[in-house]
Design a protein around this ligand. Structure first.
Ligand code: SAM
Ligand code: SF4
Length: 333
């Protein structure tokens, strides 16, 4: 059940009931579209402790937020992360506890995550070919991730979705293979357009960007797909596949403007409350948490006040130049 009197409404009348929390900026992979090969991560004292993250989550749920997504970096490599997730799973008012992961830890953690109350999992998977998987993640092992996916399927989460970023000339020949893998497992799959977050050196985004329209055309040549109406889908559009239970999603933050129905905010692992993925509008919650660690009312007031600076929409490109200098692992995908 969500709080009876939701208090998080921005100045455009949008009701915020969904928060994405980044649990770490670190990752065991270095995906070419997300990070550079050499990354400097934040020193420990600059990031929120697990206890501080819990306080932030609790404040949001007391303000009517009923859906939390845990992300990163790779959320499951944070030390003692399961103790935090178990506590989050007990928060009154929370209807859905969601996770986005690269799958590397799922073989051992799927069952504890399910037991802690995680309802749905998104698992990133961009290739089913070991060499190419390595090329795209720089450090990842396909075998380990596939075992993770399969163990999550065996645990019976409410839903599992694979997330695939398609890059021209790298994995655009695997669109149907990835779809068919999802179909075999009976899980959903979403194709994500590469976003201009961070300054990656591996490839030129102008050359590798594959629009979701193009991906959809490849799929529609082999499968009958029909659009599904979903009000809360945000930047995603969903399709059913005739004769199959898997749903097909397209996440197009660049080519679709979904901002008018935006119901979400993000909290970075540095405790920055980001009001929009594609803007730098933010409020610092860490300073407050450290100055007044026992004042949950002050924290809630700061969150309510921040709603006033949630911008109407994002602008990823300013005269064709990416505006955002954050990498995706800092923002929390
Ligand atoms: N490490 C976890 C994972 O990979 O699922 C969670 C964090 S990751 C930043 C969340 C999602 O963002 C992943 O599905 C990843 O593919 C996506 N992502 C990262 N950088 C991106 C970019 N530049 N454009 C589009 N999607 C991106
Ligand atoms: Fe790590 Fe996820 Fe970024 Fe890949 S997309 S480098 S797995 S945070």
């Amino acid at each position: 059940m969500s709080a009876e009197n939701p208090q998080l409404i921005d100045k455009y009348g949008r009701h915020i009931d969904y928060v994405r929390l980044s649990l770490t900026d670190r990752c065991d992979f270095r995906c070419v579209y997300c990070m550079s090969e050499e990354m400097t991560f934040l020193p420990r004292k600059q990031i929120l402790s697990l206890e501080e993250i819990y306080k932030v989550a609790k404040a949001f749920t007391e303000l009517g937020v009923n859906k939390l997504r845990l992300t990163g970096g790779e959320p499951l490599i944070r030390n003692n992360v399961m103790s935090l997730i178990e506590n989050l799973g007990q928060l009154p008012g929370l209807d859905e506890l969601l996770l986005t992961t690269n799958g590397s830890q799922l073989e051992k953690l799927s069952r504890p995550l399910k037991d802690a109350g995680v309802n749905r999992i998104n698992i990133s998977l961009d290739s089913l070919q070991p060499e190419k998987f390595r090329r795209m993640t720089r450090t990842g092992k396909l075998d380990q991730v596939l075992k993770g996916v399969e163990s999550a399927v065996a645990c019976g989460f409410d839903s599992i979705r694979l997330n695939s970023v398609i890059l021209r000339g790298i994995n655009d020949d695997e669109i149907l293979d990835l779809l068919e893998y999802a179909m075999q497992l009976g899980v959903n799959i979403a194709f994500i357009e590469e976003m201009p977050l961070g300054d990656v050196s591996d490839h030129s985004r102008a050359d590798t960007m594959v629009s979701n329209e193009e991906v959809r055309e490849v799929i529609a040549q082999r499968y009958e797909i029909s659009a599904i109406d979903m009000e809360t889908a945000g930047p995603s559009r969903y399709y059913s596949l005739a004769g199959h239970q898997s749903r097909l999603g397209f996440i197009s933050p660049v080519s679709h403007n979904f901002c008018e129905s935006c119901n979400r905010v993000r909290v970075t692992v540095e405790g920055r409350l980001l009001l929009c993925l594609g803007n730098e509008y933010s409020t610092d919650l860490k300073g407050l948490l450290r100055e007044q660690p026992d004042d949950s009312e002050a924290l809630k007031q700061a969150i309510v006040k921040a709603m006033d600076i949630k911008p109407l929409r994002h602008y990823f490109y300013d005269e064709e130049q990416p505006q955002i200098v954050r990498f995706m692992n800092m923002t929390g995908g």
